[in-house]
Ligand binder design. Structure first.
Ligand SMILES: NC(=O)c1ccc[n+]([C@@H]2O[C@H](COP(=O)([O-])OP(=O)(O)OC[C@H]3O[C@@H](n4cnc5c(N)ncnc54)[C@H](OP(=O)(O)O)[C@@H]3O)[C@@H](O)[C@H]2O)c1
Length: 287
């Protein structure tokens, strides 16, 4: 069962191979979603300051009926924060909002503030400052592991050169039809675990006829095929749903995709239209 399997991060911390995404799950609904997920066997929940649901996620974690140390919680430091002082305050505020003594993984949500996501400025100094705050919180036992999200090679190198602790994770957009192979390879060669966000392309893959046909061939749903695809590439998928039927389906991925079919999936024409979500910078939009 995938939910009982772990990857090992560079600092030896075990991270469950499947995480539940919570973007667009409201603060009111988040506690129930976390509890439902935990009762189905999920042990890894992915939230962010920007999702506005850290409070609900924390309530869910604390009332899930599972020992805290059996659950893995990730949150993300807001993309706009690019100074040491603000980062220190922001880490504290996540701990308070979640109502937890420690967070298992905290990552910088983006190297660039969302409103400047497509600008050339990489905020190299700001990211070094934020990284220093994450390192200090890790040493203080407030965080068990630290990492980044949406970081390109140059952003990663900035931290590798200046930091004293190597990032453990890079969480990036990666799904069938939009898989940044070179970046994935770079991270993996550096010993950085790649987490695949939007593994179902924010739902858009459900409309891809070729992917639908292949899922039918394997007798699985499109999300199951999409999640398995990420695992085959050594990535940790983070499918989002608050629906327990979908949660159960997404965790039932004990099958393999043949090398030939992986090649077909790797060569799917890139999705560029993410529907209403296209306005978000992570899908190319400008908010
Ligand atoms: N670091 C970042 O910048 C970043 C950016 C984007 C996302 N993320 C993370 O990655 C997570 C996942 O990405 P995402 O939310 O964009 O989308 P996603 O997981 O790729 O897709 C979610 C969509 O797929 C549907 N779905 C999921 N499982 C299903 C199933 N078994 N059957 C049918 N439909 C299914 C969901 O519908 P229902 O809700 O109705 O089940 C929803 O519409 C986020 O929640 C977040 O935690 C991080």
């Amino acid at each position: 069962m995938i939910m009982q399997d772990n990857f090992e991060l560079a600092n030896g911390v075990a991270i469950p191979k499947l995480g539940l995404g919570t973007w667009f799950i409201s603060d009111e609904d988040a506690a129930q979603a976390v509890k439902d997920a935990a009762s189905l066997g999920y042990r890894h929940i992915d939230t962010a300051q920007a999702y506005g649901n850290e409070h609900g996620v924390g309530v869910g974690i604390r009332s899930a009926g599972q020992a805290r140390d059996t659950l893995f919680v990730t949150t993300k430091l807001a993309a706009e924060i690019k100074s040491y002082k603000e980062a220190v305050g922001s880490i504290e505020s996540s701990l308070l909002t979640l109502g937890l003594d420690y967070v298992d993984l905290m990552i910088i949500h983006s190297p660039k503030p969302w409103m400047a996501f497509h600008d050339a400025d990489r905020h190299l100094e700001g990211n070094r400052e934020v990284w220093r705050a994450l390192e200090d919180a890790l040493r203080a036992g407030k965080l068990r592991s630290i990492g980044m999200s949406n970081f390109q090679e140059a952003d990663i190198d900035n931290i590798l050169k200046s930091g004293t602790i190597k990032p453990m994770v890079n969480q990036i957009l990666a799904h069938i039809s939009n898989t940044p192979f070179a970046l994935i390879d770079y991270c993996q060669r550096q010993g950085i675990l790649v987490e695949a966000y939007s593994p179902v392309a924010h739902g858009e893959l459900l409309k891809n006829a070729e992917v639908v046909a292949m899922a039918e061939k394997y007798g699985v749903s499109v999300p199951q095929l999409s999640i398995r695809y990420c695992l085959e590439l050594g990535m940790l998928p983070l499918p989002k749903t608050a629906n327990p039927v979908h949660m159960k389906n997404n965790a039932d991925v004990d099958f393999t995709i043949t090398a030939g079919d992986m090649l077909i999936l790797k060569n799917q024409e890139q999705i560029r239209n993410y529907g209403e979500a296209s306005r978000f910078p992570v899908y190319g939009g400008r908010l």
